[in-house]
Write a protein that binds this ligand. Structure first.
Ligand code: BMA
Length: 323
């Protein structure tokens, strides 16, 4: 990997929140490339001397696709003007009516990408790249309908592991997080339930549906998983983010899970946009030694924003405010 510092800004004076926003948010504008209507729900990783990413750019026909990008500092991004063209990976080329909400993770020798793939409805697409130039598309992980496929950064008990959220073909008024395992990134099974939406009176913000966000991070207490939770209000869905800690060896076991959200839509670019009141985390950069995390999230389905926190504080808060 690299020694590049992750983006960072100290907690503002007088703020006691566990996560705080970057003062120059949003970091990526909706018109970041000439064809885009919106750029949001995107994923970044350390790459060579800087960072690389896969970005969700909906075009002005509002067709959803994913685009590669590079950055020196993790904040200023140069996104390719053309969408990623996939070549066949571990199968012949399969249909993809649309691609959105990518996640990216380095495992063993390459960067794996998962996304919501349009194949007779949404399901989880899988691909890989070594260099963010050539991309290879593999078998879909699951049958439709499914969204929010998030890989763990290493094999667990010798198998790849992926979180996902079975859904419907529309805007899905339900949704729990499951885990599945694979020996080869092609065949997925041993599907287990991980975490459900909550009872409204226990924790309203995550009572309609939940979905994994960034790649889980290994900490002493287990896998730190940042996720989104949704409440149905008179005005429709509201997306906030929280954290959970999953067992290291058996991630289907939830050890702790926040009752309170860590960051909810509260500033203009999160509350106003193509879809109001959405914060949707898809990636995080972290520095364990410095105890820092930078979480990338889509705001109002329109732009990309950045928030910061200390890993130890998120873990402590999750344990002390657990459901
Ligand atoms: C989900 C997905 C996300 C989107 C969210 C809020 O179903 O489509 O891409 O951010 O809804 O609109």
């Amino acid at each position: 990997m690299n020694n590049k510092k992750i983006p960072w800004e100290n907690r503002p004076e007088g703020c006691s929140d566990i996560l705080w926003r970057y003062s120059k948010n949003p970091i990526i504008d909706r018109y970041a490339i000439p064809t885009s209507n919106s750029v949001f729900n995107s994923a970044v990783v350390p790459y060579k001397d800087g960072f690389a990413g896969v970005f969700r750019c909906d075009n002005k026909a509002v067709q959803m696709n994913i685009f590669a990008g590079k950055s020196d500092n993790g904040i200023d991004w140069k996104i390719e003007y053309d969408p990623i063209e996939m070549k066949p990976g571990n199968t012949h080329m399969i249909d993809s009516d649309y691609k959105y909400d990518p996640r990216v993770v380095f495992i063993e020798d390459r960067y794996w990408i998962t996304w919501c793939n349009g194949y007779n409805g949404p399901t989880i697409g899988i691909g890989y790249t070594y260099d963010f130039k050539d991309f290879y598309q593999c078998e879909n992980a699951f049958l439709p309908f499914n969204r929010n496929g998030v890989l763990f950064p290493k094999k667990i008990n010798g198998r790849y592991a992926m979180l996902s959220r079975p859904s419907d073909n529309g805007h899905t008024p339900f949704g729990d997080i499951f885990i599945s395992y694979s020996p080869d990134m092609k065949y997925w099974g041993e599907h287990r339930s991980v975490m459900k939406a909550t009872a409204f009176e226990e924790s309203g913000w995550q009572s309609t549906k939940i979905g994994a966000g960034p790649i889980p991070i290994l900490v002493d207490e287990g896998w730190l998983m940042i996720y989104h939770g949704v409440i149905t209000s008179c005005n429709g869905f509201r997306y906030a983010m929280g954290a959970a800690i999953l067992d290291k060896e058996q991630p289907e076991i939830v050890k702790y899970r926040t009752r309170d959200y860590l960051l909810g839509p509260a500033v203009d670019y999160e509350m106003i946009g193509d879809v109001q009141n959405v914060v949707f985390p898809c990636a995080a950069l972290h520095d364990t030694e410095e105890d820092k995390i930078a979480i990338y999230y889509g705001a109002a389905d329109t732009v990309v924003a950045l928030s910061f926190g200390h890993i130890s504080e998120i873990v402590k808060f999750t344990i002390e405010n657990s459901l």
